[in-house]
Ligand binder design. Structure first.
Ligand code: SF4
Length: 290
């Protein structure tokens, strides 16, 4: 759903964005909403007085259009898992603190790699007053991490890596930064989906990989590199599919296309104009910086 919104925001006036199944989405994106982010901003204003002068809001691309618009309005920006380090540099060049939502893990890993101490990256729990933080914690924080996570990546544990390394001492571990900090720290490589694909495709024949990211991608990749003798396995022992993402299937796509062939646009995603303009500002800042 958030991708269709981005497509609509960035499209030309004669183009329309269609989402083959309206129930498709991202459970992580749903962990932050505008009402809660605005309440957070108001509470931060009570502690810091001028959040607009002190905090850059950064939203992961996996977020609703109104949150991107919030970032556009408050001097903030959008990031992806690929450009998060560059975007964080930009954010700190604007103001001294960052409010990062909705994925705490991507924010923490990116801050950690930049040398920000863990006690200066605090979790903002949107269901608690002042995020469950003391005034001192808020004042000291460099990054306020929204309490959100990916339901798939949270399944990966350091124990899975230890077991794999015991079994296959020459094996390599690669994880997506939506995984927990301890999983990322124990991985040989950490990066976006694109990065994971490139590293494994470029690896030497016969290598064995433990991969911490979404199962459909891991299975596809395993098939693609099998001929080179590379073994690619999923990090968690239990199957954990992303039920919201995989709703876009050939049947829904075919139904959408058949309707288009009949001249009907079904499941159009259209972001309200004012919201789209502000969200575009945050997206364009990201494109300019990265
Ligand atoms: S795997 Fe699913 S829940 Fe996790 S970030 Fe991707 S779309 Fe969202």
């Amino acid at each position: 759903h958030f991708m269709a919104e981005v497509a609509d925001i960035m499209s030309k006036p004669h183009q329309q964005a269609i989402l083959p199944d309206l129930a498709a989405g991202c459970s992580m994106a749903d962990m932050a909403n505008l009402a809660k982010v605005e309440r957070c901003w108001r509470e931060l204003a009570e502690v810091l007085e001028t959040p607009d002068a002190l905090i850059t809001p950064v939203t992961y691309i996996n977020s609703a259009a109104d949150l991107k618009a919030f970032c556009g309005e408050h001097g903030g920006i959008v990031c992806t898992s690929t450009n998060a380090p560059t975007i964080l540099d930009w954010a700190f060049a604007q103001r001294e603190k960052v409010l990062f939502f909705p994925d705490q893990h991507l924010g923490r890993w990116t801050g950690f790699k930049k040398g920000i101490p863990l006690d200066e990256m605090v979790v903002w729990d949107p269901d608690l007053e002042y995020g469950g933080l003391s005034v001192e914690q808020i004042r000291k924080a460099k990054i306020l991490l929204w309490k959100g996570h990916c339901s798939v990546h949270q399944m990966f544990q350091p124990a899975h890596i230890i077991k794999f390394r015991n079994q296959y001492p020459d094996g390599l571990v690669i994880s997506h930064p939506e995984s927990a900090l301890e999983v990322c720290r124990q991985s040989d490589y950490v990066g976006s989906t694109e990065y994971i694909i490139n590293v494994i495709k470029g690896a030497a024949p016969g290598t064995r990989w433990l991969v911490g990211t979404e199962l459909n991608l891991v299975n596809r990749l395993a098939e693609e590199v099998k001929a080179e003798g590379k073994i690619v396995q999923f990090m968690a022992p239990t199957v954990c599919m992303c039920s919201t993402m995989q709703r876009i299937d050939p049947q829904h796509l075919a139904w959408t296309l058949e309707n288009l062939a009949d001249g009907k646009v079904v499941n159009r995603i259209s972001v309200p104009e004012h919201e789209a303009a502000l969200a575009k500002l945050a997206l364009e800042r990201m494109l300019a910086v990265s």
